[in-house]
Design a protein around this ligand. Structure first.
Ligand SMILES: *Cc1c(COP(=O)(O)O)cnc(C)c1O
Length: 477
């Protein structure tokens, strides 16, 4: 799994076989977006648009999102869940906005029948900007502000996912407030079932010693359920778990599902309350390089979850809950590619007489922090041309003032790669732009949608004056 490995610093340990980017082939399980192809002249095209043309028309670095790929994945999740839960109480798919949110992309998700999972005022307003109604939005977060809770309640969001006992009190307090004598907040409790799945520690959330959720084992989850039954400002509508990210095993989800459903049965037995919703979160893995496994299909996860729900319904005799899930990465990551221009190149000698080619691009850790943050693996390919030159062990680095500023740690690229070539790094649609920073006062790259030979902005390119516009004038002594 790409986010669990040790740093591959020694060239001898590198998995050469999986270094090169596979050729784009129009397979949805592949590493390139669905519509990516090589044109006759060898240039990479996405959505019928030449990546080299994008670079010259719009500049680099720039993120490119294949609209057809995004919609195909979103629709596949929706269809898989609808089919698997047709004989139960149905299902909703919430697109996790944190993976990548823009008004345009939220609009695509809504058109494909998805709802939106937001975890801040900004994400909620992006969803509203795309025309989402309150009931199409779920609000998450482990430390929601009063303003965020008010916005959610005032707009009738589907549910607030509450993360702790302190937050439960906070939500009840906000619900109580106002001239009209207050309202009732529909809450879902985020519980942790002690399941540790997925990659890097920073994105693994189902186990106990981390900041998220109400632990089942410690009794906090049960205490929170009891509190909702005492407090008239709170309507408990369901339970939620999110076990981590980059998970490739449907069994991890069904295991968490069983823990959640046991808690639902206990709530029914103790209080006579049959919770109408169960939310199994996101975290479905994607393939970043050829060394990663091919991700299971949405239907594989959907069937595993439906089997757990069916078992629960049969064992408990309770009515089936409506189920929701929150995929982010698995919808948007493979739809996105980052396009860079190649700048300075240097060969650095390694032990054993070998050398590594360092290829610097015009972005870096400010547009993709995942390599530095999670030791994530990516691949890259020459986008403006094909080359028959032998491949060289290459590291793609950025232009920031840090040696950890690495975009692609190890990749095989043609040894004739040169200044001015265009490089495409695939599977950057998720957690790229959404985690981008202005480190070194670099403007964040814009995001282009491509489809049927046309490109248009989803998010405009930021410019240096945009950054400076927030600087207060110098006052002097
Ligand atoms: C991050 C997150 C998601 C989405 O995770 P992916 O790995 O992008 O699918 C969904 N739900 C919650 C609560 C999250 O924190």
């Amino acid at each position: 799994m790409s986010e669990s490995g040790e740093a591959k610093t020694s060239a001898a340990e590198v998995d050469y076989e999986h270094l090169a980017a596979p050729e784009p082939n129009g397979e949805v399980s592949g590493i390139w977006p669905l519509t990516a192809q090589r044109a006759d002249d060898g240039a990479l095209t996405i959505g019928g648009v030449s990546v080299a043309q994008i670079a010259s028309d719009f500049g680099t670095p720039v993120y490119v999102i294949d609209e057809v790929d995004f919609r195909t994945r979103a629709a596949a999740w929706k269809r898989a869940m609808d089919e698997a839960f047709a004989d139960l109480a149905g299902a909703d798919v919430y697109y996790a906005c944190k993976a990548f949110a823009s008004v345009g992309v939220c609009g695509w998700a809504l058109e494909e029948g998805l709802r939106l999972d937001a975890c801040s005022e900004g994400e909620m307003r992006t969803a509203f900007g795309a025309g989402a109604k309150g009931e199409q939005i779920g609000l998450h977060g482990n430390n929601k502000s009063r303003r965020e809770i008010e916005m959610a309640i005032d707009n009738g969001v589907a549910h607030l996912v509450v993360d702790s006992l302190a937050e439960l009190a906070h939500v009840a307090d906000v619900a109580h407030w106002g001239d009209d004598g207050g309202t009732v907040a529909k809450v879902v409790l985020r519980v942790t079932a002690g399941i540790h799945a997925g990659g890097h520690e920073a994105i693994s959330t189902g186990h106990e010693d981390q900041k998220f959720g109400l632990s089942i084992a410690s009794g906090a989850a049960w205490e929170a359920i009891c509190e909702t039954q005492r407090n008239q400002r709170l309507e408990l509508v369901g339970l939620h778990s999110h076990i981590g990210s980059q998970i490739f095993t449907p069994e991890a989800f069904s295991q968490a599902a069983r823990a959640l459903l046991d808690l639902r049965a206990r709530t029914a037995a103790e209080f006579g309350v049959v919770l109408p919703e169960i939310d199994f979160g996101g975290g479905y893995g994607v393939r970043y390089t050829a060394a990663d496994p091919v991700a299971p299909a949405p239907a594989d996860y959907a069937r595993a979850l439906a089997a757990a729900v069916r078992e629960h319904v049969e064992a408990s005799g309770l009515a089936a809950p409506r189920v929701s899930i929150e995929p982010g990465r698995s919808i948007v990551a493979p739809a996105g590619v980052t396009v860079y221009s190649v700048g300075a190149i240097k060969d650095v000698p390694l032990e054993g007489g070998k050398s590594r080619k360092y290829v610097a691009v015009d972005g870096g850790m400010s547009d993709n922090i995942r390599t530095a943050l999670y030791d994530a693996a990516y691949t890259a390919a020459l986008a403006n041309r094909e080359s028959d030159a032998p491949s060289a062990v290459t590291r793609v680095v950025g232009k920031h003032c840090e040696s950890g500023d690495i975009v692609v740690r190890d990749v095989a690229l043609p040894e004739d790669i040169a200044f001015g070539d265009i490089l495409a790094v695939p599977v950057t649609g998720a957690y790229g732009r959404s985690m981008a920073s202005n480190y070194n006062m670099l403007p964040r790259p814009g995001v282009l949608a491509v489809r049927e030979g046309k490109a248009h902005w989803l998010i405009y390119q930021e410019e240096v004056p945009d950054l400076l516009s927030l600087d207060a004038d110098y006052i002097g002594e």
